[in-house]
Ligand binder design. Structure first.
Ligand SMILES: Cc1cc2nc3c(=O)[nH]c(=O)nc-3n(C[C@H](O)[C@H](O)[C@H](O)COP(=O)(O)OP(=O)(O)OC[C@H]3O[C@@H](n4cnc5c(N)ncnc54)[C@H](O)[C@@H]3O)c2cc1C
Length: 351
């Protein structure tokens, strides 16, 4: 067994990089390959990260983001932090200085480019999972409502099912959205007429200077797949959602029917990022893409799904470059054929 010890070390090295001090690129600046993975030389700012030991959660260097996106695509993050709690977030914000920071939810609406993300990526995947409530409000005889306080790291699907158990309606058709509450709030995620923005009462964020700010509903504006905040930056840590009390069996049945419809229409077993484009007014991006004859079109291993024209699937080893080329091809073809500009819903990040 001891002779096998080199194996886990080499696998770890391939995943996380060799650490400092080892030069990976040859003089020709060609990427080196370790266990089949390309390790790329990057213009890392390499500031002092001596404060990272203060983090109680996990810190990883050169973490491949393909492991953290639903598309299974994405190069490495210089520093990848899974904070344990609010104190860890405060530490990151206090010490990061000018190092760029990106907040990652479940990575289900992202295309991370092949060279990855420079600076710090903070992922709330493993924390901020608490749900408090429901707290029922019977004050208004007309309609019984309840308040749920939800951590930003809670998965939307879990939350929708949790609310349904109490017969709370308003988010049951968000049960098939594979993102986090934080990501859903940024994107104003929605499906079949329900949107998270419709039930938000307030949102708690940590500002770039580390302060906790509570934003009331009237300070936010909710648009199609976009929430506008008073200022751009901030880490969402919690939201208060107000849902209406209804009949539990009816809410559950509505959710089940919605999930069945999705599984019939969407390629849920192949890595993807959901809808690539927003629907143009009065039309559906998927319909236009299909009518342009683009179903099945591909670049490398990125292909337009045969099941749904607005989904791009990763058939195995697709790169971000493949996906971007395919997106550009779709936009050009649809514009040429129908004169419609397809606006992206998926967010590009990294380099
Ligand atoms: C199969 C499939 C089906 C989908 N169906 C739908 C659908 O029906 N409706 C729909 O609206 N979307 C859908 N999506 C897209 C996606 O799931 C949603 O946009 C989701 O809300 C993104 O959440 P996330 O946690 O994955 O965010 P990410 O993709 O990780 O991030 C999205 C954005 O939110 C920011 N962000 C995330 N968390 C935080 C936080 N805590 N604080 C500050 N910023 C944050 C990120 O920086 C980024 O800008 C689908 C995706 C897939 C793969």
């Amino acid at each position: 067994m001891s002779r096998e010890l080199w194996k886990p070390r080499l696998i770890r090295w391939a995943n996380t990089g060799p650490g400092r001090g080892i030069v990976l690129c040859t003089r020709l600046d060609l990427p080196k390959t370790v266990l089949g993975r390309k390790i790329l030389k990057r213009k890392t700012m390499n500031p002092s990260f001596s404060w990272l030991h203060k983090i109680k959660g996990e810190v990883r260097r050169d973490e491949l983001l393909s492991a953290h996106t639903s598309m299974r695509i994405g190069g490495p993050a210089d520093i990848f932090i899974l904070p344990r709690d609010m104190a860890d977030l405060a530490t990151v914000l206090k010490y990061r200085g000018t190092t760029p920071m990106f907040v990652l939810g479940e990575g289900s609406n992202l295309l991370v480019r092949d060279r990855g993300i420079r600076g710090i990526v903070v992922s709330l995947k493993e924390s901020f999972k608490a749900i408090q409530g429901p707290l029922f409000d019977t004050g208004d005889a007309q309609e019984e409502t309840a308040l749920l306080r939800v951590g930003a790291g809670v998965k939307m699907s879990f939350l929708a099912k949790y609310a349904a158990r109490f017969g709370l309606t308003g988010i049951e058709r968000l049960a098939g959205i594979p993102g986090s509450v934080g990501g859903a709030l940024i994107m104003n995620a929605g499906a079949e007429g329900m949107e998270i923005g419709k039930v938000v009462e307030s949102v708690i964020r940590i500002t770039p200077s580390g302060e906790r700010e509570t934003l009331r509903r009237d300070q936010l504006s909710f648009h199609y797949r976009k929430t506008v905040f008073p200022s751009e930056e901030g880490i969402i840590v919690e939201a208060a959602l107000r849902l209406r009390k209804s009949d539990a069996a009816g809410v559950q049945a509505g959710m089940d029917a919605h999930l069945t419809r999705r599984s019939q229409k969407q390629p849920l077993t192949i890595p993807n990022s959901g809808s690539i484009f927003k629907n143009p007014p009065g039309d559906a991006a998927g319909r236009l893409i299909e009518a342009a004859g683009l179903k099945g079109a591909h670049f490398g291993q990125a292909a337009v799904s045969l099941k749904h024209g607005n989904f791009i699937v990763n058939q195995g080893r697709a790169t971000a470059r493949d996906v971007i080329s395919l997106i550009e091809h779709i936009q050009k073809t649809v514009k040429d054929k129908f004169g419609v500009d397809l606006e992206r819903e998926i967010i590009f990040v990294g380099e």
